[in-house]
Structures are given as structure tokens and as C-alpha cells.
Design a protein around this ligand. Sequence first.
Ligand code: HEM
Length: 449
Amino acid sequence: MSDEASNVLELPMLELDDIQSGVLRPRPTPYAATYIVFRIDDRRAGRDLMRRVSTVVTSAANPTSPLADTWVSVALSFEGLRALGVPQESLDSFPWEFRQGMAARAKELGDIGDSSPEKWEKPLGTPDVHVVLVAVSPDTQQLEKALERARKTYQELTGISAIWRQDCHALPTETEPFGFRDGISHPAIEGSGIPGTNPRERALKAGEFLLSYRDELGGIQSTMPEVLGRNGSYVAFRKLHQRVAQFRQFVKQNSANNEEEELLAAKMMGRWRSGAPLALCPFHDDPELGADPRRNNDFLYKDDDPGGFKTPGGSHIRRTNPRDSSIAGVARIHRMIRRGTAYGPLLPEGVLDDDGADRGLMFAFVGAHLGLQFEFVQSQWINDGVFFGADEDRDPMVGSKEGGESFTVPRRPVRKRLHGIPEFVVTRGGEYCFMPGLRALRWLANLQT
Ligand code: HEM
């Protein structure tokens, strides 16, 4: 859409009361969460669901939620918008990747082999996924109370079916299942009033994350009519199964002792398990630093560590956000908001054999550009190494592997190179969704087609 669009939001302030809180506000810690997927069989019932949901979704302006301490977010797939009866010219105004859906983008996303859509948990990856509702609470009791109320609401509606559910909860270790502190690095967004976590990163233009605002390149993402897109964001949610036992075996097999194991795990991630970044403590973990939100993300790479001797260029965090490193391209236009929640039981410390349990991360990307942000990071930074001059390397933690991929740890006098890294993360399903603003939810509820 052109810059002349009449409703372009040039203001430094965001319309917080119209933005879903899940876009801008990080989840509580600890937390209990649930993802529920709905299919809409009758568009009138779908619109009724939108009306009811719009009264419980929290806006980013509210520090408290209408459901006491449970925060609800709602998003729709392209098929969901179609099932609600959104007019065709409006459907056509959404970007190509979104219209195709996540399963159709499998090749671009590296969802091959065990991660390929034919192996996904049904109904994920099918046209039945219409509405995704996420509820997050500080604990299970509060979550269940809120869900009980929600259940009554949607069970009254014939023409709507809950077809999939995934419960998530903070692990007792308060880490993701591999054992690393997560949820540390978040970008600052101009006009949100919510600070980012890296004091050295200039706030990003709101249009990087929200439709109808100007982005870093001066463009504006928008839809037809404008009210539908305004203050909305795209969401890519993915159920990512983690092979924790295999990860532990791998670091053990490639290290001489415990200390080396921890260092190798940190080199692969770019942070120690405590969250302390290698950039600030390259030789040993510093749990106090890892837990300190004022210091644990306060670093850049270019001047201090251009060669990756502290934080390898191929590590998970340097790939997914190279900050000011010299790379092909501009890192700022590929930033994202992440909302990850863990699912499944903890694999007890020291266990090296797979117990067969399903555990991993419900990963959620939030941004205004599915292609330039989520797909780009997944395909060019996670599943390729050309951008920093290491063609055969993949993200050692989360990259998709076909065999033969490697990971390089820069060291003096010689680098350490690891080959044939197993695949530690498998995609079990996911979808591209649109998370509308609150006004847009009401617009959807009032459709007359
Ligand atoms: C099961 C899969 C994954 C696990 C276990 C995982 C884990 C982590 C951890 C522990 C961190 C460091 C803590 C933090 O800054 O929050 C991190 C950072 C990050 N991850 Fe992941 N991640 C996964 C998948 C992904 C995927 C698929 C993407 C992108 C498509 C991604 C993008 C990022 C980004 C952008 C950062 C922040 C980097 C920075 O700003 O320093 N992650 N991840």
C-alpha cells in the first residue's frame, strides 16, 4: 500500500487500547498457558465467537486483564477469515505467504523429513485450523478457572468446534526444555512505552510489528479495508518438539569433561544456560548476570567480537539476531517479537536416554512481515550460513538438518569444527495467523456477508 494512504499512523504513540496485549507485553514468569484451535462451520457462529472473544482479549493499554490474571489473545488463519465470510477483495489484500498457509511453505521453512507437513499432528497444517486462542496465566488453577468460563461460552455456540489443544507450562527450572533461560531478548518498539531489553538497540519503527504504521524502510503494511489490518500483526505459531536426550548425548560425545560440555552447549546457543551471554562472560557461566535483566542483553558484536571468538557467528542467538555484526544485508529489517512457552515434562537432569515423552516449545513469532522477518530468519539465517560466510553451517540448536551440516567454533590456534550435527528440533505443526486489533475483531463480528 502506498505512503499516501489516508490513515497512515505517523504518530510516535501507538493506539495501545486497540492492540492485543500479547503483541507488546511479554508473558508472566512462571506461567501456565494453553493453545486452543477452533474450526468455524457456520460463519454466524464464527462472528459470535469474535464478538465474545473481543470482550475478553486484553488490550496493550491495560496492565490488568478482564479475566483477572488470565491473558487471552486470538488470531485467525487465512482459512479462518474466509470461513467468517470476509469479502474476497479483502482476502486478496493479505500477503502471499499468509494466504498460502504454513504447510504450503514447508520447503522455504526447512520443514522436510521428520518435520514435513505429512507428519504433522492433525489437524495442524490442514484447512480446518481457523481460529487460534491463547490463554496465559501465572498458574494452572487460574488458567483452568478462566478456561472453564471460556468453555461454557464456546460450547453454547453450535457451528464452532474446538479441534486441538496444547497445554504449556513453565518448567520447574524456568528454562526451555534444552535447559537454557529463554525470553530474554526483546526489541524496543517506537511509541509503545515498553522498553526493549538491549539498551544499545535503537527502538524499531512500529510498522515492523504492526500494520498501518511506518516501518524501517518507510513502507506501510495495510489491508482492504484499512480497519481490518489496523493495529494487527501476523503470528507464526509452531509446535517444535525438542530431542533433549539427543542434544545432551551430542554435547557429551564432543567434549572431554563436564566443563567442556557446558562450554560447547553455550557456544551453540550463544549464552550459558543461566542466560548469561558469552559476549559478556566468554569463559565461565555467571548466573547472577544471567538473571539480571538490566545487564543480560546489554551487548553488541562488531567492535568487541568481529570474529566470533566469544559468540560464534553460527550460534543460535547470533544467527537469529546478528545485531551490528558485518553480514550480508541489514539486520534491523529482520527482527521479531517472540512468545515461546514450553510444553511436556522436564527430562530429569543427567538422563541421556530418550523417554519417549513429547516435550518442546510452542514458538510464536509476532511481526508485520511474515516473509521478510519469520521466513527470512528461518531460511537464510537458521537454515543457511552464507550470510556470514559459512555455507555448510546451520543453526546447531534449531536448524533443519539433511546430514552433513556443521558448526564452527572460532578458536586460537585452530577453530573447532563439528560435523554431522543431528536434528534436535522437529516441527510438529503450525500455522500463519493474523492477530487483529480489537476494533477489527468487532468489525469481523459485525460482517453482514
Ligand atoms: C525449539 C526451538 C528453539 C529454542 C529451544 C530456542 C531457544 C532460544 C534461547 C534459549 C534463546 C536465548 C534467550 C533469549 O534471548 O530469549 C533464544 C533467542 C532467540 N531465538 Fe530461539 N529458540 C528456538 C527456536 C527459534 C526459532 C524457530 C526462531 C526464529 C525463527 C528463533 C529466534 C530467536 C531470536 C530472534 C532470539 C533472540 C536473539 C537475540 O536477540 O539475541 N528461535 N532462543
